[in-house]
Ligand binder design. Structure first.
Ligand code: SAM
Length: 259
């Protein structure tokens, strides 16, 4: 098998190929040796090759026929490699169910990184995730309450993980270079058992952040009264961006009471 880094990049698939060796090594070294890993979007394989030298089992999920075929061919002679040819947004949940990975890694296609992160954050992995984003999306995920960039993804990411920045990369680390900087985030399990289901938190957050400039009372009009907000220690005049993870969980439990 030949890895041709001159493959023409497809913009529609968010292809920016990493060639910075320091970044490649740092991403690979963040994963423990011999672990069971899923990589999203291997492309021509800058990260994939480094992972294959390190991990115990690697499943790659790729939508682009050229790369899926290439890795399929490689898997014929590499026992630890498995290939899933498909759209990660459609196959992620089943793949995690089947492969039971400890870790998920990837230089994510920027055009689907928001919805993909919402799916990824729903999985409680024993190891964690090492994911590359455009800086702006990474900042949104890392943001805390009170910040303009704090939003639904920031809350959802905290359900199972705490998140820290591992790397900041300039456009020149990629070919073709993107217009903006990129970041690599490390999601590590915080180990606390969530007290509401992820799906409930997700619908709650979606509704709560629907109109950022409105009060939380307005965003939940007809569903939660001012008195009920006060009963869970939330001022109804607050805006979504002021509420921390625990407050979102309390709202979620109000909307979806469990026995
Ligand atoms: N891992 C390579 C690297 O770091 O150089 C490529 C990263 S590139 C930013 C994103 C990769 O995700 C590409 O290989 C692209 O074909 C793949 N991809 C894009 N959309 C996808 C999707 N919906 N499902 C699976 N893979 C996808």
């Amino acid at each position: 098998m030949t890895i041709n880094t001159q493959h023409r990049a497809k913009k529609a698939l968010g292809q920016h190929f990493l060639h910075d060796q320091h970044a490649i090594q740092k991403i690979a070294m963040a994963l423990p040796e011999a672990s069971n890993v899923i990589e999203i979007g291997p492309g021509p394989g800058a990260i994939t090759q480094a992972l294959l030298e390190r991990v115990g089992h690697l499943t790659v999920i790729e939508k682009d026929d050229r790369f899926a075929d290439m890795w399929q061919e490689k898997s014929q002679t590499c026992d630890k490699l498995e290939v899933i040819h498909g759209d990660v947004l459609k196959v992620l949940h089943d793949s995690v169910q089947k492969q039971q990975p400890e870790w998920i890694a990837g230089n994510l296609p920027y055009n689907i990184s928001g919805p993909l992160t919402a799916q990824l954050a729903s999985h409680s992995l024993s190891g964690g995730m090492v994911l590359m984003y455009q800086r702006e999306v990474g900042d949104r995920i890392m943001a805390g309450p009170g910040s303009k960039t704090y939003g639904g993804l920031s809350v959802l990411a905290r359900h199972h993980y705490h998140v820290k920045r591992l790397l900041l990369l300039a456009p020149g680390a990629f070919s073709p270079p993107p217009k903006v900087h990129s970041v690599v985030l490390l999601f590590s399990p915080h180990g606390q058992i969530p007290i509401c289901p992820f799906e409930h938190l997700q619908t709650t957050v979606r509704q709560g952040f629907a109109h950022r400039r409105k009060t939380i009372l307005n965003n939940f009009k007809g569903l939660i009264t001012a008195e009920r907000f006060e009963s869970i220690d939330i001022a109804p005049s607050q805006r979504a961006e002021q509420l921390d993870y625990d407050a979102w969980v309390r709202i979620s439990l109000l909307l979806h009471p469990t026995d």
